[in-house]
Design a protein around this ligand. Structure first.
Ligand code: PGA
Length: 245
């Protein structure tokens, strides 16, 4: 595991984007795993800059997103499909049909999850996966207690996650209580993982995930078992780490 501490949020994003650009340059038809939330925005800004100013080519790239709220259509402003289109895909030369975000309104959500897993397999697996971390240590919507073998499935969100995410909605009652989420087992199969965090509110989750024991109550701690994980965090998120990196 590598831990890279950057001065601020913008520097964190630039550093994280570098690993994605490297994978795409080495393999133009790379398969990327992508994340939503406030953390990845500086990473996506840098990928857009690399595309516009340095010609980083996404024309053969395929993407898979970690999760989607159950019940939200792709044109709902808080859906993760909408987030990805507006914050990244619409600004790149990526083919929309190569961007995979789970549907929140599939007739059969369980079948939607199974098909998503099959698509990842058919694409040859994820070359590089971007992750954020929740205040409670979750990755994607794998809440504390998620089995390390879990696959893409329908999950219940914890009260803490619903409250954390209510800042994007008018009121807390508007936040969906369930989601479709890639599983821990699915995430651990990615060849390379870049996990990003900024702000002091993430410091505890970051410290226990990197320096604590591997326990399902802290889903991000399970990343210690993966052979190619890079934590890219800002100084505030690193403030409770005991060791130097
Ligand atoms: P955030 O969410 O980027 O909005 O902080 C991260 C997460 O919950 O995984």
């Amino acid at each position: 595991m590598k831990v890279i501490i950057k001065e601020d949020y913008a520097a964190m994003g630039k550093e994280a984007a570098k690993y994605f650009a490297e994978v795409i340059r080495n393999k133009p038809n790379a398969v990327l795993g992508l994340a939503t939330g406030s953390t990845p925005i500086s990473t996506y800004k840098e990928l857009i800059r690399l595309h516009e100013e340095e010609g980083l080519d996404f024309s053969q790239v395929t993407t898979f997103n970690l999760d989607e709220y159950l019940g939200l259509t792709g044109d709902h402003k808080q859906s993760y499909r909408y987030f990805m289109d507006t914050n990244l895909f619409n600004r790149l030369n990526i083919k929309k049909e190569n961007t995979n975000v789970l549907s929140g309104v599939a007739d059969n959500p369980e079948a939607e999850c199974r098909e998503f897993e099959e698509k990842i397999k058919a694409a040859g697996g994820i070359d590089i996966q971007l992750l954020g971390i929740g205040g409670n240590g979750h990755i994607a919507f794998n809440e504390p207690g998620s089995s390390e073998n879990s696959r893409t499935r329908v999950v219940d969100l914890t009260k803490e996650t619903i409250e954390d995410n209510s800042r994007f909605f008018e009121k807390v009652e508007d936040v969906p209580t369930q989601a479709l989420s890639m599983g821990m087992g699915t995430i651990l199969e990615a060849k390379k993982i870049v996990i990003i965090a900024n702000k002091e509110s993430k410091a505890k989750g970051v410290a226990v995930s990197i320096e604590g024991p591997v326990i399902t109550d802290v889903p991000a701690s399970i990343l210690q078992k993966h052979s190619d994980v890079i934590w890219v965090i800002d100084k505030s998120a690193a403030s409770l780490l005991k060791n130097s990196y």
